[in-house]
Design a protein around this ligand. Structure first.
Ligand code: NAP
Ligand code: SF4
Length: 674
């Protein structure tokens, strides 16, 4: 398939871009220290080489008040601007274009100097902001202008003014954060003066031939958010003030509706970009959950937008555009929207990376070089760890055979992809299937590798990626016919009754609860059904897209109890940015999540438990065990006895707190060294 709309050039403020792909802003953590700029330069240079039309950096504060975190990224001095040259030069050497995002955090600042239109703390930060005086507002505007001028001096091709996601500018626009009675508050026409003033003064300062993107909040997803007439009024004023393009912002960070998680349908919000296009004549960029060239092309071809923003998909595959253009879309490493290595890291103050591409933000450390000494290497197990090891080893020039005892590649991903809302896992399997072919790995399915076989075939090194086996929880009565493992429940090998107890509320317990409580097609594949389920309205009818809109989840398929022994909140170990979504989704399905449970006995009456001091019998007709994993490494000792060099990766190495992120990273690192 070709992508004529996606790959057509466009000129913005005198700068001609080769295609319609905008790498959206993504805070990686590398922005926070100048010492990390060479790494940031390598990260962007790799993506410029991959052909992306225009990239936007992570957010840089224009002053200390606008810091996201103490000593975080900031561009406020000529000296700091000179430090950025390493980034802009690296991008330009590769023929790329890059804009700097100016992000003032306002009351979202995780720091004591934060300022806001009014003294109102956000629900997601512990610091109460200082309310700005009128001269304080003027100082912030000047800081935006100075930051944009410095960005130009630093060699950037443009700036993006961050006006969405509930940050500083967005806080002026809505009444629940702006209680001012001076010229920056009151009626909407006054509340919107801040962004208009910023854009017009930035344009005046940087001149005509410099890209100026304004990221506008199309749907705030908070009560008292903007209605559509206000969004449209602002958009027209921003156009008149001199912006080159409008980028879409979806939802405040404090919104309780998912906007980018994997369970959000692809292109779920592009209808808003289309709505915006009806209001303005400057180019509009759509964003959120656009992760394949097909989806991007469809959005553009339908006339919903002129550009598509993809941040995480470019983390997952820096060569996204080049592969699409070369007709190799099947070998794109697709972002599965898991957030596990990007946003979860950022919100835990760790450097961002990518679950499916551990090189993201680590380009200078994880280098895949051709081997000087090719060997015959066997990889045993074709789960995520085995696939990453085999393809990386083969890419380096080793002769690799991948053994898999079952009839398909994918390991635990074959279970994950069955969960409603986790369909994206199919893409990783497609990618690895293609990579195996491209790198020339010999795949031997339905072969249980033994030490004798591997020795007889003359392998020098063996990578053991044999994964995990479910842990035996040793609960009295667990051999009762109503008890089953999660694999049987998910594959349909065993029928599950109408009332179910799930023992263990880790990642898999949550997945099984989602699977068993859900009926009918996945809402991740149906945008309208998903909007009904979460209560996302049209801002033309409902303020912020949510005021007065009722969530209408479909009824649960079963009565489900999700149990854990620990006393804390179930799902506490799930992703920082996605755990709340899983908990909310299960609550909508009326799943009863119970912590502090002791499992006493399973018999014909059901599951007997003690919760605190109370003994209860859950009269269930099925019990599903999701009690964690043990490493599966039976082959290790025989291999060592046969004198073969064995290397453990993934769950076969450490099963505790195993996730695909650790498995793929460890396997890739091992493969760069062998
Ligand atoms: P897990 O996260 O370690 O959870 C195991 C659960 O079983 C815990 O709730 C634990 O809680 C309970 N448990 C452990 N030993 C037990 C015993 N002897 N008797 C009864 N209960 C016991 O493991 P998992 O759910 O198998 O998931 C494996 C990994 O896959 C996860 O760590 C996760 O990273 C990944 N994964 C993630 C997701 C996701 O993020 N959505 C989804 C699927 C898988 P108590 O000890 O409190 O009972
Ligand atoms: Fe996408 Fe997950 Fe990678 Fe983030 S970690 S870029 S969400 S695949």
């Amino acid at each position: 398939m070709s992508y004529p709309h996606l790959l057509s050039p466009i000129t913005l403020s005198g700068v001609t871009l080769p295609n319609r792909v905008l790498m959206g802003s993504m805070h990686t953590g590398l922005e926070d220290k100048v010492a990390h700029f060479p790494r940031l330069a390598a990260y962007f240079a790799e993506r410029a080489r991959g052909g992306v039309g225009l990239m936007v950096t992570g957010g840089f504060a224009p002053n200390i008040e606008g810091w996201l975190s103490p000593f975080g990224s900031r561009l406020a001095t000529g000296r700091a601007a000179r430090g950025h040259r390493v980034i802009t030069d690296a991008v330009h050497r590769e023929g790329g274009r890059i804009a700097l995002q100016i992000l003032h955090s306002g009351r979202y600042g995780y720091q004591p100097f934060s300022v806001a239109p009014s003294r109102i703390r956000s629900p997601i930060t512990p610091f109460t902001p200082r309310a700005l005086s009128a001269s304080g507002v003027e100082r912030q505007i000047r800081a935006f202008v100075r930051c944009a001028t410095l960005a130009r001096e630093a060699g950037y091709d443009g700036v993006e003014v961050m006006g969405s996601e509930g940050y500083f500018i967005n806080q002026f626009l809505v009444t629940h954060t702006n209680k001012r009675d001076d010229r920056w508050g009151g009626a909407y026409a006054q509340r919107m003066q801040l962004p208009v003033e910023i854009v017009s003064r930035v344009r005046e300062a940087v001149g005509k031939d410099f890209i100026l993107i304004y990221r506008i909040s199309l749907i705030d997803l908070v009560p008292d958010g903007q209605d559509w007439s206000e969004v449209a009024q602002l958009a027209r004023a921003i156009e008149a003030a001199g912006a080159s393009m409008l980028n879409s912002g979806i939802g405040w960070h404090e919104a309780r509706i998912p906007t980018i998680a994997t369970s959000v349908p692809r292109a779920a919000f592009t209808w808003l970009a289309r709505k915006l296009k009806g209001e303005v004549s400057l180019p509009v960029c759509a964003s959120n959950r656009i992760n394949t060239p097909e989806v991007a092309e469809a959005v553009l071809a339908a006339g919903d937008a002129d550009f598509v923003s993809m941040a995480r998909p470019l983390l997952a595959d820096p060569e996204f555009v080049r592969k699409a253009a070369a007709g190799r879309a099947a070998s794109i490493n697709t972002c599965i929207a898991c957030n596990q290595a990007c946003l979860d890291h950022t919100f835990s103050q760790e450097l961002a990376s990518c679950l499916v591409n551990p090189r993201a933000c680590h380009e200078t450390e994880i280098v895949i070089r051709p081997t000087g000494a090719p060997k015959r290497v066997a990889v045993v197990g074709a789960g995520p760890a085995g696939l990453a090891a085999a393809t990386t080893l083969a890419e380096r020039g080793h002769a690799v055979t991948l053994f898999e005892a079952s009839g398909a590649i994918g390991g635990q991903f074959n279970l994950a992809k069955r969960i409603p809302g986790k369909e994206e896992f199919n893409e990783t399997l497609r990618y690895f299937g293609e990579r195996l072919r491209e790198t020339g790995v010999t795949l031997r399915l339905s072969v249980a590798a033994t030490a004798e076989l591997l020795r007889a075939e003359g392998f020098e090194d063996v990578v053991l990626a044999t994964g995990v086996t479910p842990r035996d929880p040793r609960i009295p009565g667990q051999d009762h016919p109503m008890v089953m493992g999660y694999i049987d429940a998910l594959t349909g090998a065993r029928a599950v009754g109408r009332r179910v107890a799930i023992i263990g509320a880790g990642g898999i317990g949550f997945d099984v609860a989602e699977f068993l409580s859900h009926d009918g097609p996945s809402t991740a594949l149906d945008r309208d059904a998903w909007r009904r389920e979460w209560g996302v309205g049209d801002p033309s009818d409902a303020r912020g897209g949510v005021s007065g809109v009722r969530a209408q989840p479909s009824p649960p398929a079963r009565e489900v109890f999700l149990l854990q022994r620990k006393v804390g909140k179930p799902g506490a170990g799930l992703g920082k940015t996605t755990g709340w979504i899983h908990r909310t989704a299960l609550k909508m399905k009326k799943v009863q999540m119970i912590a502090g449970v002791r499992y006493d006995l399973i018999d014909d009456a059901g599951l007997h438990v003690t919760i605190g001091d109370e003994r209860r019998t859950l009269a269930v007709d099925s019990v599903v065990l999701c009690t964690g994993q043990e490493p599966r490494r039976d082959l290790l000792a025989p291999l060592q006895a046969a004198g073969l060099r064995a290397h453990l990766v993934g769950g076969a190495d450490v099963a505790a707190e195993l996730d695909a992120k650790r498995a793929i990273r460890a396997a890739t690192l091992l493969a760069t060294r062998l």
